[in-house]
Write a protein that binds this ligand. Structure first.
Ligand SMILES: NC(=O)C1=CN([C@@H]2O[C@H](COP(=O)(O)OP(=O)(O)OC[C@H]3O[C@@H](n4cnc5c(N)ncnc54)[C@H](OP(=O)(O)O)[C@@H]3O)[C@@H](O)[C@H]2O)[C@@H](O)CC1
Ligand SMILES: [K+]
Length: 533
């Protein structure tokens, strides 16, 4: 059985539907009836009093769902108008269409007809769902454009039409567009979310996302590829002041606790007057619970780092690292924030062969992009944390595919790009954004949504994130878990702080986030993520 947080591609979803039908678990007609009922139910929940509704039905099974919605709302006393295509749909949709035709008529699905009707009322978009393979054209394109412009109360069946559910891109539109695409108030999707609901334009266009159960749970899907998951697989409560302020990451081992048992993080800093970024990383690594944190600028910049925090150790590291790395207790390294590209490149040449757990951010990523030998030396204890610009420098071909206007579905997605990059470089790749994708070389991938904290896009936030992940690596979390938990704590810190956040606030919010996370110590998904030593 699939985990509830799994994200299925449209191909995987189709495989599950086919398996359900082949094994006699459900007929296509039953699934369509359940899907339509789920949508009608959500509409009636939001608008309990019957009113006017216009249902727009496309040529396939998405349209079939629409005819079910029309019938059920009509039965509930709604004043239903249906616009549909006149093609012969598949047998299930044809059956649902006939049932509707026993109740009411179907007007042509054209812009003129749509505009000719009474204004107002709810609109149901059942034009295209998972079967969208090419950009909408002609009358349908005009209708979608119109809906995007007038923005009526809109309920989308499976997705707003035109959205590629594998990528969150609008077929036929440049990436990042979407101003004139339909914006749903609510999208009712079936069985599991698809990548396009949670990445790209999906969160903007889908509105509230409701995942409806259509009875596919007992179906053995045997997905061909490992599904990505939505991270985290739980809702984090806000801080709970009534709980004792113990920190799960700092919980002491009953057996001879020692600062080294919580790891020793090394933060490599840059030259004079550019140490702020690395100090932010170091502070975050300390706050998240690394046993020891050493900040390592070149000797000439050491005087820049006197002062707080006293818990931070300082040590000069000039051009080479071998002597420093001889101390095997240094088990997690952060390189990049404020480091300088040349210095990062020189240090990486020593660092990567040592195969220590390492976060590569900022200048380290630029250094990598300039030296193929360094990229070839990456290993599976590395975490790369690029934003899209850095990603484009590191993986120009993947970024180019991601930026191209998609002309057919399934379109190349941010999930695909992060996975391809991780497989290519053999390290965990954390591709930042409001829809962060974290991918491991073995195909595991997690999608973390932070569309609700736009104030996290602030100078230095990435440095704090790099420090958090380094601290978690020092606590011996595996790279994918450290990257995932760091991403979650980072966003949650911003969420708790609220607007007005500056990056310096992020490390200071960590204790509060950790207290809230404590609730999940007994939950298996978090137990694997939080080190409980
Ligand atoms: N299967 C199940 O058990 C269940 C499925 N369910 C529902 O089915 C939906 C998937 O149904 P679907 O596969 O029929 O695809 P759908 O999105 O309706 O579109 C396909 C049609 O559109 C056409 N078409 C495509 N692009 C076009 C374009 N640009 N411009 C014009 N035409 C275009 C395409 O034509 P073709 O490409 O074949 O020429 C075809 O005729 C899914 O999202 C969910 O809502 C639920 O009921 C639960 C049970
Ligand atoms: K739709």
């Amino acid at each position: 059985m699939l985990e509830s947080t799994e994200v299925l591609t449209t191909a995987q979803m189709r495989a599950i539907e086919s398996a359900a039908m082949a094994t006699g678990q459900a007929t296509g007609l039953q699934l369509m009836e359940r899907a339509g009922r789920a949508v009608a139910g959500q509409i009636r929940l939001r608008w309990p009093k019957p009113r006017r509704v216009t249902v727009l039905c496309g040529p396939g099974n998405n349209g079939g769902d629409g005819y079910v919605v029309a019938r059920l709302l009509h039965r509930a006393g709604w004043q239903v108008r249906v616009l549909g295509t006149d093609n012969p749909p598949g047998p299930d949709a044809a059956q649902m269409k006939r049932q509707w035709q026993g109740i009411g008529r179907i007007e042509p699905l054209t812009l003129a007809v749509l505009q000719g009707g009474a204004e107002g009322g709810v609109h149901v978009d059942a034009i295209f769902g998972t079967g969208l393979t090419r950009p909408p054209e002609g009358e349908v394109a005009a209708i979608l454009h119109h809906l995007g412009r007038i923005k009526p109360p809109l309920v989308a069946v499976d997705c707003p039409s035109g959205l590629c559910m594998d990528s969150g891109a609008l077929l036929g539109h440049p990436r990042g567009g979407g101003d004139l695409a339909p914006h749903a108030n609510v999208t009712v999707a079936f069985h599991r979310p698809k990548p396009g609901h949670v990445i790209g334009l999906g969160p903007l266009l889908c509105g509230e996302l409701v995942i409806a159960d259509i009875g596919l749970h007992d179906v053995d899907s045997a997905p061909t590829a490992r599904p990505a998951v939505i991270w985290p697989p739980f809702d984090i409560p806000r801080d709970q002041p009534d709980r004792p302020p113990t920190n799960p990451l700092l919980k002491q081992s009953p057996l001879h606790p020692h600062k080294y048992s919580h790891g020793h993080a090394l933060i490599l800093a840059g030259g004079p007057a550019r140490g702020g970024a690395a100090r932010l990383s170091a502070r975050a690594a300390l706050r998240i619970g690394a046993g020891l944190v050493t900040l390592a600028p070149p000797a000439e910049a050491l005087p820049d780092h006197i002062g707080q925090p006293d818990a931070l150790m300082r040590r000069a590291v000039d051009h080479e690292l071998q002597e420093t790395l001889a101390d095997t207790r240094l088990n997690a390294i952060c390189i990049g924030p404020g480091c300088g590209i040349d210095r990062a490149g020189a240090l990486l040449a020593d660092l990567l062969p040592a195969r220590r757990a390492t976060v590569l951010d900022a200048d380290a990523l630029t250094a990598l992009s300039r030296d193929a030998a360094l990229t070839a030396a990456l290993h599976d204890a590395c975490v790369l944390t690029p934003h899209m610009g850095e990603f484009a420098r590191l993986f120009p071909d993947l970024a180019e595919r991601l930026a191209a206007t998609p002309s057919e579905g399934p379109a190349y997605s941010k999930l695909d790009a992060a996975r391809d990059a991780a497989a290519r470089c053999g390290a965990v790749v954390l591709l930042k954004g409001p829809d962060t994708v974290i991918a491991a070389p073995d195909g595991r991938a997690r999608i973390h949504s932070a569309f609700d904290v736009p104030w996290l896009a602030t100078a230095g936030a990435g440095d704090a994130l790099a420090g958090m992940i380094t601290g978690l690596l020092a606590r011996s979390l595996p790279p994918l878990e450290a990257a995932s938990l760091g991403t979650l704590i980072h966003a949650q810190a911003a969420r708790l702080f609220g607007p007005g956040l500056i990056a310096d606030d992020l490390p200071e919010m960590i204790p509060q986030v950790l207290r809230a996370l404590q609730k999940f110590q007994s939950s298996s998904s978090v137990a694997t993520a939080l080190p409980m030593t």
